[in-house]
Design a protein around this ligand. Sequence first.
Ligand SMILES: Cc1ncc(COP(=O)(O)O)c(C=O)c1O
Length: 459
Amino acid sequence: MKKIPHKIYLTEDQMPTQWYNLRADMKELPDPMLNPQNFKPVTVEDLYPVFCTELAKQELDDSTRYIDIPEELQEFYKMFRPSPLIRAYNLEKALGTPAKIYYKFEGNNTSGSHKLNSAIAQAYYAKKQGLTSLTTETGAGQWGTALAEACSYYGIPLTVYMVKCSYEQKPFRKSIIRTFDGNIIPSPSNTTNAGKAILEMDPNNTGSLGCAISEAVEKAVTTDGCKYVLGSVLNQVLLHQSIIGLESKIAMEMIDEYPDIVIGCAGGGSNLGGLIAPFMQDKLTGKANPRIIAVEPASCPSLTRGRYAYDFCDTGKITPLARMYTLGSGFIPSANHAGGLRYHGMSPILSKLYHDDYMEAISAEQTKVFEAAVFFAKHETILPAPESSHAIRGAIDEALKCKETGEAKTILFGLTGTGYFDMTAYESYLNSSMKDYIPTDKDLEIGFSGLPKIPGIQE
Ligand SMILES: Cc1ncc(COP(=O)(O)O)c(C=O)c1O
């Protein structure tokens, strides 16, 4: 039998030329986003004040199965793609498992993550539209970095609102975003009404993604020629990230493999939605039935302990309402939570698939996640991002189950990025000062109590 190589790369000619829109194959679509003023489904025109025109169209396009990747973008992708599919031989050996473990490694670009896949697409459409600036939020910093790279490539000025506690924990994120000409502001800030209102209530607020989104959206709608872009959660972002799964599937076909289990970390759902896209298509169309598992932090457990409800996508309550698994837009994860994956909600597409039992979700405590990260680094030589390490935890646990049962399952997981900017968190794990925090039901009730009331839909 031919030995499967450690790394499987597509040639540039084999790279996908179209993104795949999972919604086109869903049996039931996610519930429509609602306009918070009149509770009617949002129209594409409602989205134009905030988003680029082409991206607003992609957001609401439930039916076009494949969307062409513009040629200029395909060329940009070739600077850092295809990303490798890697057989984790050494990890398998160290675990003593009969399972075959593969991971798709997205950390081979300066942003250190998959985020560049969507950042460059969003900057491209903004440039085509003639926009003169963009705003965004960033949590751990990878998205802000990716978008700064993309905006600098297209010469578009960018303002990044970065969650304050991450801004303070990761000073070098600031430097790299500034290297790419991004203007970075810790959130909550005094530069917007949303930020001021949050600071008035709580001057020591350490920030959240929901709050940074409010600030970035406000800045976009009050600045001429400026729009807002988001690095996760939205349908358009999952669409761009489908390149991860499409490449993985072609690479697996090249070695006659197909995953029994696909595992990804879940923050707002973009990498997971992208990785699983073509495998979920097989599941939805009855061609195959892989298990699909989302791994989220126990400290921010939107899928595993959240409510499936309409909620705002931001803390300032200015965005449209999306039906998703949510902890409430006022939920702020504990500041001792070290990695990203801090968002209160989850992609509406993934929420619907989870609600309809097409996928599973588990949560992991951060010390267990870092244990997996360190083990992985030692055996596979890549220092993983804390976010990605949730998927590693899930993959290791599934491989250990195979060890018990003797089954040689094929496991595919997404290694979304590297952790070089996360050394403060690694340090706290290594010196045993890292603590786990699991919110009580009572803690979560506070977030749920702020869920919006929508007459006839959510009373
Ligand atoms: C390396 C990495 N992986 C995963 C995520 C989670 O985001 P998403 O769920 O949108 O993929 C992030 C988000 O910041 C990230 O930086």
